[in-house]
Design a protein around this ligand. Structure first.
Ligand code: ATP
Ligand code: MG
Ligand code: MG
Length: 557
C-alpha cells in the first residue's frame, strides 16, 4: 500500500499537489557555514534532495550566512564537497543568504511603513524581561509608540553605522500577549559591526534567523522548507514573515508560498557530534582534524571508508519521524558491511606478524596461486597471490599450548593456509623474553589450493602473506573516541575520552597486490574486517589503512 509506506512529509506534499496548491516541489538544504557537516546533516541533505528527485522538482543549496561571527569560506568549500560526495546534486542552484541582504532590508522598511516594526532601545536583557514567560504575558516595549517616520529614520541610522552593537534593535510588532513567546515582538535586526565573509563591511546590521529564513525561502521559490523539530514553535512567526513580506518576493506568483515542515533530528547513541566538543578535540590535537576517522563528520566518515551508498542506506533505515530518538552506531556499521561485502575483494593482511618457515618447501622458489576475489560474487574474478618458503601469519593464529577448541596452529596440528596448502607445525623458536619469533612447519604438496586429495579434513584455516613478496603497511584500528561504558560526559561536562580509541600497527604485511592501492580504495581483509586507504597519510612508499569496521556484528535488522 503506497500511502502507508510514504512518510508524513510526502503525505503533506501529496496533499499540496492534489489540492492544486503546489505545482513544482522545491526544497533546499540551508547549512550555516560555521563548521563541518556531520551524519545528522546527511539525513537532511538526502531527505531534501530525495524529495526533489521523487517529485521531479528542484533542490537548492543555500548557505545561511546571516551571522558573520562564526562563518568562514573554508567551511563553505568543505560543505560543498561533502554534499557533492553524498551525491546530492544542486545543479548549479547554489545561493547565499547574504545575497539577499538588500531585499531583507527593503522588507524591514516595508514593515516599518505598515506600522509592523519599530526600533527599540531596550537592551537584550530588558527585552528578555519584557517578553514575559510561558505563564506570564509580555509587557509592551516603551519604544513601541515611536512614529513611522521616527522608526524609518532610526533604522536608516542603524544601517549607516550611527549606533554601537546592542544599542538599538528592530522588532516586529506582532502580539505581546501571544501564548507563543516567539510572537511577542521578536527582534528581527540587530546592530553588529562585524566583517562578513562575503559582504565585507557593507553591513553593520544583520537580520535574525526567524526573519531571514522565510525570506530566503520565498526569494528562491522554495515550496517545502524542511527543518528540525526545535523550530516547531517558530512556525507561526515563519508564516507571519511570509505573509507580511515574503509573499511579494516569490518569483512565480502562482506557486504556493513556502511552508515549514519539521522532522526529528538524527541522534547517534554515545556519539559526539557537538561542534564545540569536536572543535576542542581538534584544537587540543586529540584528533587529527575535523576528518579524523573516529569522528562522524561526513569528511571523517569518508576518510574512514564509508560510502555514500552506506550513508543513504542508513538514513533510509532510520526513517523520517516527528519524535526524537537515538540510533545505535552499530546500525551505521551494519550498512557499510552490507554495502561492501559483495563489492570488494577479500585480500590477506597480517596485522601482528610472526614468521613461519616451511622446511620442506624448495628454497628460493615462489609460485603464484589462483585466488578467487570474492566467493559470494564471481564477477570480481580472481587474482594471483605469491607463495614461498617463508610466510607471515598472525600471532594470534599460533599457540604454544592451545586451550580446548583452538583449531589454529600449534605444535603437532595440521591447518590450512587459506587458498594454499595444508601445513603441520613441527617446532618453534622463542627469544629470551619468551616471545615466539619463528615457527617451523612442513607442507603437503598434494594439498595445493587448500584441499587434500585423500579427503583429509583440517579444522583451522588461517590467512598468511609471503615473507618475500609483500607490502609493508601501517594499519589503524579504531574504537569510539569516548568511553561508552563509563559514560560519554564527565561531571564537569567535558568528554570522557577512551584512551584506546586509536591503535596504530606499524609492522603489518599485506598482499603484494595492494601495492597500487589509492586513497579511499577499500578492501576486505580476511577475518579482520573492511579497510580503506587513508587519504591524508598514505603514500605509495608507506601505505596506511584505516579499519572501517570489523566483520562481526551484534546488530540485527
Ligand atoms: P548550528 O545551529 O549549531 O549550526 P546545525 O547543526 O543545526 O547547528 P545548520 O547548519 O543550521 O547546523 O543545519 C543545516 C540543516 O541541517 C538544518 O536544516 C538542520 O535542521 C539540519 N540538521 C542539523 N542537524 C541535524 C540532525 N542531527 N539531524 C537532521 N538534520 C539536521
Ligand atoms: Mg551547522
Ligand atoms: Mg543552525
Amino acid at each position: 500500500n503506497e500511502t502507508v509506506s510514504k512518510n508524513f512529509i510526502e503525505q503533506m506534499i501529496d496533499k499540496d499537489i492534489e489540492e492544486g496548491y503546489c505545482h513544482e516541489v522545491h526544497t533546499r538544504f540551508p547549512p550555516e557555514p560555521n563548521g563541518y557537516l556531520h551524519i545528522g546533516h546527511a539525513k537532511s541533505i538526502l531527505l531534501n534532495y530525495g524529495l526533489a528527485q521523487k517529485y521531479g522538482g528542484k533542490f537548492n543549496l543555500r548557505f545561511d550566512d546571516t551571522n558573520p561571527t562564526k562563518e568562514k569560506t573554508e567551511f563553505v568549500e568543505a560543505i560543498q564537497s561533502d554534499i557533492e560526495w553524498l551525491g546530492a546534486d544542486w545543479e548549479g542552484r547554489l545561493f547565499f543568504a547574504s545575497d539577499y541582504f538588500d531585499q531583507m532590508y527593503e522588507g524591514a522598511v516595508k514593515l516599518i511603513k505598515k506600522g509592523k516594526a519599530y526600533v527599540s532601545d531596550l537592551s537584550a536583557e530588558q527585552i528578555r524581561e519584557y517578553r514575559g514567560t510561558l505563564t506570564e504575558p509580555g509587557k509592551e516595549d516603551p519604544y513601541s509608540t515611536r512614529s513611522v517616520e521616527e522608526n524609518l529614520a532610526l533604522f536608516e541610522d542603524m544601517k549607516n553605522g550611527k549606533f554601537a552593537d546592542g544599542e538599538k534593535v528592530l522588532r516586529a510588532r506582532i502580539d505581546m500577549a501571544s501564548s507563543n513567546i516567539n510572537m511577542r515582538d521578536p527582534v528581527i535586526y540587530r546592530v553588529a559591526h562585524m566583517t562578513h565573509h562575503r559582504t565585507g563591511d557593507k553591513w553593520c546590521i544583520y537580520p535574525m534567523y526567524d526573519y531571514a529564513h522565510p525570506i530566503e525561502d520565498a526569494i528562491e521559490g522554495i515550496t517545502h522548507s524542511i527543518c528540525t523539530l526545535e523550530f516547531e514553535d517558530h512556525r507561526p512567526l515563519y508564516n507571519w514573515v511570509v505573509e507580511e513580506v515574503g509573499k511579494d518576493m516569490i518569483p512565480d506568483k502562482d506557486e504556493m508560498p513556502p511552508r515549514q515542515i519539521e522532522f526529528a533530528k538524527l541522534y547517534l547513541t554515545n556519539v559526539v557530534t557537538g561542534k564545540r566538543y569536536i572543535k576542542r578535540l581538534v584544537e587540543e590535537g586529540i584528533v587529527d582534524g575535523w576528518d579524523d576517522p573516529r569522528l562522524v563528520s561526513i569528511a571523517a566518515l569518508r576518510r574512514r571508508g564509508f560510502t555514500p551508498e552506506s550513508i543513504k542506506m542508513f538514513v533510509d533505515l532510520c526513517g523520517i519521524s516527528k519524535a526524537n530518538s537515538s540510533v545505535d552506531y552499530a546500525m551505521l556499521e551494519y550498512c557499510i558491511r552490507e554495502d561492501l561485502k559483495l563489492k570488494k575483494p577479500r585480500m590477506m593482511a597480517i596485522l601482528d606478524p610472526v614468521k613461519v618457515v616451511i622446511d620442506n618447501y624448495p628454497e628460493g622458489q615462489i609460485e603464484y596461486l589462483d585466488v578467487v576475489n570474492n566467493l559470494e560474487n564471481e564477477e570480481l574474478g580472481s587474482r594471483k597471490v605469491p607463495f614461498g618458503r617463508e610466510i607471515y601469519i598472525d600471532r594470534e593464529d599460533f599457540m604454544e599450548e592451545p586451550p580446548k577448541k583452538y583449531f589454529r596452529m600449534f605444535p603437532g596440528n595440521e591447518v590450512r593456509l587459506m587458498n594454499a596448502y595444508f601445513v603441520t607445525c613441527n617446532s618453534f623458536v622463542k627469544d629470551e623474553n619468551g616471545k615466539v619469533t619463528e615457527i617451523h612447519c612442513t607442507y603437503d604438496p598434494a594439498s595445493r589450493g587448500g584441499n587434500s586429495p585423500d579427503g583429509r579434513k583440517v579444522k583451522g584455516t588461517i590467512q598468511w602473506v609471503s615473507a618475500e613478496k609483500n607490502v609493508k603497511a601501517e594499519i589503524r584500528l579504531y574504537e569510539n573516541i569516548v568511553d561508552e561504558e563509563k559514560g560519554v560526559y564527565n561531571e564537569d561536562g567535558s568528554l570522557n575520552l577512551n584512551p584506546n580509541s586509536l591503535t596504530v600497527l606499524k609492522d603489518c604485511y599485506v598482499e603484494e597486490n595492494l601495492a597500487d592501492a589509492k586513497a579511499y580504495d577499500s578492501f576486505q581483509f580476511v577475518r579482520q574486517g573492511f579497510f580503506c586507504v587513508d587519504a591524508k597519510d598514505s603514500t605509495p612508499e608507506h601505505l596506511v589503512f584505516n579499519r572501517i569496521v570489523s566483520l562481526k556484528s551484534s546488530f540485527k535488522l
